[in-house]
Design a protein around this ligand. Structure first.
Ligand SMILES: C[S@@+](CC[C@H](N)C(=O)[O-])C[C@H]1O[C@@H](n2cnc3c(N)ncnc32)[C@H](O)[C@@H]1O
Length: 204
């Protein structure tokens, strides 16, 4: 889906398929559960690489937060404000928390480090949800999710799992990004290795 030829209706279909994958994985509920574990009020949320904006629609409805999407190549948006920007290097709007779901594996380690540092300029917390490179999620995705999504999205999903970081690799690059800043982070890995969540706290 990073290709320049994936635009218009094909891109919209990708985002619809991704919304289905997120629904089957329970990603939105996972993000909500993490967001609710916060000592401070959350009023404004950014979604980095928001795609079609479904996560923000969900969070606005469930948590009453103000939402803004950031994407280099947004899909057809669901009534959500979106800023077209490269989140690894352009200034982002101020918010309490940023989230990114299924974006990290599209970026190189250096781009992820740049993204983590850049988000720290405008948010006090960053939740990164992504896939895990491991044979188990590859097999489970092929058997249980591929039958419900389009052919292109199925191929893209398998490629995404192969490109994803292991939790150890990701933790290493987060440590590098945060070195010397005093920020802290934790990693949560789901039992079937379907996803990892990295919870970065830049400041209290
Ligand atoms: C696989 S989609 C995920 C969409 C959505 N977060 C979801 O979970 O369905 C990855 C998205 O990240 C966006 N993206 C990739 N690199 C980006 C960057 N440097 N800055 C902003 N958005 C980026 C892509 O345009 C794409 O919409």
């Amino acid at each position: 889906m990073d290709s320049d030829v994936i635009v218009g209706p094909i891109l919209d279909r990708f985002h619809r398929d991704l919304a289905r994958v997120n629904g089957l994985l329970g990603s939105f509920q996972t993000v909500e559960r993490f967001l609710r574990k916060d000592d401070q009020p959350i009023r404004r949320v950014l979604d980095i690489g928001c795609g079609g904006g479904d996560l923000l629609v969900y969070l606005r409805r469930k948590m009453g937060v103000e939402v803004t999407g950031i994407d280099l190549k947004p899909g057809r948006m669901n009534d959500v404000p979106v800023v077209v920007a490269d989140a690894t290097r352009e200034m982002l709007p101020q918010a309490d928390v940023a989230i990114s779901s299924l974006v990290a594996h599209h970026l190189t380690p250096e781009q992820n480090i740049a993204l983590i540092r850049n988000v720290g300029q405008s948010c006090r917390r960053f939740l990164i949800l992504d896939l895990i490179r491991h044979p188990m999620p590859l097999v489970l995705f092929s058997i249980f999710l591929c039958p419900f999504i389009g052919h292109e999205a199925a191929a893209d999903g398998r490629q995404s799992i192969r490109r994803a970081f292991t939790p150890e690799e990701f933790a290493e690059l987060v440590r590098e990004a945060l070195k010397g800043t005093g920020a802290t982070f934790s990693t949560d890995v789901s039992p079937l290795l379907s996803r990892q969540v990295i919870d970065i706290r830049y400041r209290d």
